[in-house]
Design a protein around this ligand. Sequence first.
Ligand code: ADP
Ligand code: MG
Length: 364
Amino acid sequence: MATVELKNMTKVFEGGVKAVDSVNLSVNDKEFVVLVGPSGCGKTTTLRMVAGLEEITSGELFIDGKMMNDVAPKDRDIAMVFQNYALYPHMTVYDNMAFGLKIRKYPKAEINQRVHEAAQILDIEELLDRKPKALSGGQRQRVAVGRAIVRKPKVFLFDEPLSNLDAKLRVQMRAELSALHHRLQATMIYVTHDQVEAMTMGDRIVVLKDGLIQQIGTPLGLYNNPVNRFVAGFIGSPPMNFLKVSLRDQGGKLMADEGSFQLELTPQMAEALRSYVGKEVILGVRPEDLLYSESAQPHNNIVTKVEVVEPLGAEIHLWVSTKANQIVARVAPRYAFHVGDVANLHPDLAKVHFFDLETEKAIL
Ligand SMILES: Nc1ncnc2c1ncn2[C@@H]1O[C@H](COP(=O)(O)OP(=O)(O)O)[C@@H](O)[C@H]1O
Ligand SMILES: [Mg+2]
């Protein structure tokens, strides 16, 4: 069993920078939780407070229900994998992995057994005699993970462990770490700025901005029901399109007018948006929810000109413009597009979002 609970955890650095602002989070036993957000949002600081490497300014940390604020890092039964791996350059892979156990005075035979077991899990047995400089980035990454595994900690903490790897290796290691989590059945907290890593690896995702939690949810929960414009724009690639529209009543029907096009909203949407009639709101529509058709539709049609075509093979990203906005659509690769073509896009009304112009909170 290993639960981790952060209660109003706050970090104010000398000089007054509030890096983490009253974070509340309960990580369940065996859960893989990802903290995600742009650079500087407080991910590393949060993780370092959990590890005990950074003092908690205010709030409380519990591991398995025990208050940890004043417990030394070595006594927290946590292992952390750092972005830069932090391997000891003069030690072999074996000694790097064994080090944490040696200083904790484990018997030699047990150290040997644990190192070999971890090396086997990570497929690095043949590297045990090498020094870090004789390893590739991906191999160093595995050693850094191995050093954490041998400790059999209650909780694993990962701080952007894949960010120094090339794109292909990152995808591979992503899958390996997910498989490792499944195999070890351990509680893991994983930090990344990459929403794809968050979406693919996390049981739950915590989106942070400016030290504040924006939303906690499952990957698809965040994707389908973002609570505000920031989360909506952060999750998903290419990102959601945001278009300022004015809402007006037209003969009992609610219309969202962008200037270049207008959408007739459903009665249910009209109900939810009632207090916004006569005002401007932000319409959010994901690139995959803009349906392309070769001929203009009678209703809810966005007529645009193709500006950029990005053929990715399995899909095409079509960058188009209205008078006021640039829009990206994700389109099936059945069509041949050319710059300057007219494109008819038809938003799937069941999937669009609306955000308050001022607060940027989701209205529906
Ligand atoms: N030792 C420090 N002293 C002062 N400010 C710091 C220190 N470490 C981090 N910060 C600031 O705290 C904020 C969060 O940093 P960090 O947790 O490293 O963000 P992230 O890991 O999300 O990129 C940033 O504004 C950063 O500049
Ligand atoms: Mg960081």
